[in-house]
Design a protein around this ligand. Structure first.
Ligand code: ZN
Length: 600
């Protein structure tokens, strides 16, 4: 039973260590290589999980077997006869959705942190045995995971099966005193499990998630699952999600979860539902419809694809769109979210330097390793990718007289690549879109995906009777949104920098072309005084605008420990904040198209 078996012991919560006993029944006789992935699918950064293996030893029967380290993540067990046993400890103290975390309150892990891959046997079936922890610190703990369960116990300790190594590392595990809500979509069991202190309205969560998941399933026409699990860690301050085939791991603020008696969703709850919607959409788009390169290549080094504008961008478009289509939020709330995405893209000068295809390709060293210059240098394939999807969706509707939309494209990607388990080749999505729609869209893709020209967002929103205006931001937190009537915001002076409040006014970003950059102000500077008055994290705007006119000002600051003086010439704040509203003058065709777009 099972040629490869992993026995997981919650060994020492104080030292945050799991102890794993790996048994390989048929190791390679000339020596067996074992390795841990360098990255986890869905999160495109080299994380070198093997660095957390704090001790490792190997045995054949009771005989010790020499282990030679070949590189940062690979060990080789010497020549052996019969089963090989490897015992190792893994340090787990990263409370994120990407790795592992273990203390006296819970244990959480991804297989990429715990399960050594047996080279040459990647396709073999594996068994996972979860040992019951010491009751002294784990009273009432139970297991939540989407693994196929072979045991009969209610608390979930015992044996699980994985079809192969890729399946083995695709089921995160949460063990602790979690609470849960169950619901069904197309008669397939779904569950949300929440760990961490919180007071959520579980009935509300179940009902909203059921609507969102059903809407996604309806779009693709099929729900290719046996079960699905949302694993949530609720913390004081955190946000993130990682997609898997039959589950997702989410990190959220506990205050974002809905309270009992909450009426229309708060901004935080809307954000949480958007995250759930995003990760669930991924069960098709990236987990089953996958870039060809992801299917072909392993997890030992970076895999570059230009296609993340499809896999993350389209997913980011459908995450919020599905909130309105499923009735979880109203159309005006959707415009609020959409306007904020448009503003985010507009505020980065990087959109004029990097295309979304380049952003996808370079995600490993740029998007995932952002520094103080990121907004000047790169564009997000999430936000701009979502706007590419929006513009494409609305253009397809208009140019095909509403016969075709992005929904059909997603279904075609599912039937052509997901269902058939064919990888999606680079540059094939635009070919598919043109085939299905019958339209010539070469110029659109050249500009929107491979170029840096502005997207035709204002023009395409007109096609569904939505008006858009640019205005000056009211304050540092203003991202724009829905407006019943256009906001009148007076022009004001601006330095073109962003501050972070660290008790003092520290410059975090200096924007291309702004007054601060022209004067020589740099990220990391601590602003002290403007024209002789003290700068605090909150008063820079007021100091800049206290006297009218177009004047030079003296800015005194610390760079490292050196006091410096600069002359700055404030500029007019840019009109980089988007407002959207439903047009009063939309015609019947625009209204009908809007109805079909938002499912009103
Ligand atoms: Zn995503």
């Amino acid at each position: 039973m099972g040629d490869i078996c992993y026995r997981v012991e919650l060994a020492d919560p104080g030292a945050h260590t799991f102890r794993v006993r790996l048994t390989v029944n048929s190791p390679a006789p000339s020596g067996q290589n074992l390795n841990l992935p360098a990255w986890i699918p869905g999160s495109y950064m080299i994380r070198d999980f093997a660095k957390n293996i704090v001790s490792i030893e190997a045995f054949s029967g009771s005989e010790s077997v020499a282990l030679k380290k070949l590189d940062k993540q690979t060990w080789r067990a010497g020549i052996i006869e019969g089963p090989l046993t490897v015992i190792y400890r893994v340090y787990a103290w990263d409370l994120s959705v990407r790795s592992a975390h273990f203390d006296t309150t819970h244990a959480y892990f991804n297989g990429t942190s715990l399960f050594l891959q047996v080279a040459g046997q990647e396709h073999a079936c594996c068994k996972v045995e979860l040992l019951e922890p010491n009751e002294a610190w784990s009273k009432g703990w139970k297991v939540a995971t989407s693994f196929e369960y072979k045991g009969r116990r209610i608390d979930g300790f015992g044996e699980y099966l994985a079809k192969n190594y890729a399946d083995l590392i695709d089921h995160p595990v949460e063990i602790g005193n979690w609470e849960s809500v169950k619901f069904s979509v197309n008669e397939i069991p779904h569950k949300m499990v929440i760990y961490g202190r919180h007071k959520a309205d579980y009935a509300r969560l179940g009902s909203d998630l059921e609507k969102i998941c059903s809407t996604h399933a309806e779009l693709f026409g099929e729900l290719p699952l046996q079960r699905y699990l949302f694993l949530v860690m609720a913390v004081g301050d955190g946000y993130g999600g990682l997609e898997h085939c039959s589950s997702t791991s989410l990190l959220c603020n506990r205050d974002d979860l809905p309270r009992i008696g909450e009426g229309s969703p708060s901004d935080g709850y809307t954000r949480f539902l958007g995250l759930c919607s995003h990760e669930y959409f991924h069960l098709w788009n990236v987990k089953r419809i996958r870039p060809e390169y992801f299917k072909e290549r392993g997890l030992e080094a970076e895999v570059n694809t230009e296609l993340l504008w499809v896999f993350e961008g389209f997913t980011s478009y459908y995450d919020d769109l599905t909130l309105v289509r499923s009735g979880c939020i109203g159309p005006e709330s959707y415009l609020e979210l959409l306007a904020q995405v448009i503003t985010r893209v507009q505020r980065g000068a990087g959109r004029q330097k990097q295309s979304v295809a380049e952003s996808s390709f370079d995600t490993w060293t740029k998007f995932y390793k952002q520094d103080e210059n990121a907004s000047n240098a790169i564009v997000s394939y999430y936000t701009k990718g979502a706007l590419v999807a929006l513009a494409l969706d609305l253009l397809l509707r208009e140019r095909t007289s509403d016969r075709c939309s992005l929904d059909q494209i997603m279904r075609a990607l599912w039937t052509g690549f997901g269902k058939t388990e064919m990888g999606v080749p680079e540059r094939s999505v635009e070919v598919l879109v043109q085939e299905i729609s019958g339209l010539e869209l070469h110029d659109f893709f050249r500009n929107a995906v491979y170029g840096t020209d502005e997207l035709p967002i204002k023009e395409t929103l007109q096609l569904v009777g939505v008006d858009m205006q640019w205005r000056v931001a009211k304050n540092a937190k203003d991202l724009g949104g829905h407006a019943k009537d256009w906001s009148e915001v007076k022009s004001r002076k601006d330095l073109g920098l962003r501050l972070i409040n660290q008790g003092e006014a520290k410059v975090s970003h200096v924007f291309d072309g702004g007054a601060a950059q022209k004067a020589g102000i740099a990220a990391g500077d601590i602003l002290l005084a403007l024209d002789g008055l003290r700068v605090t994290p909150d008063n820079l705007d007021a100091l800049l605008n206290r006297v009218p006119g177009d004047l030079d000002m003296e800015l005194v600051l610390f760079r490292r420990d050196e006091l410096m003086r600069f002359v700055v010439h404030p500029q007019s704040a840019p009109k980089d904040t988007c407002e959207l509203r439903f047009s009063d003058t939309a015609d019947n065709q625009q209204l009908a198209r809007r109805g079909s777009w938002l499912r009103l």
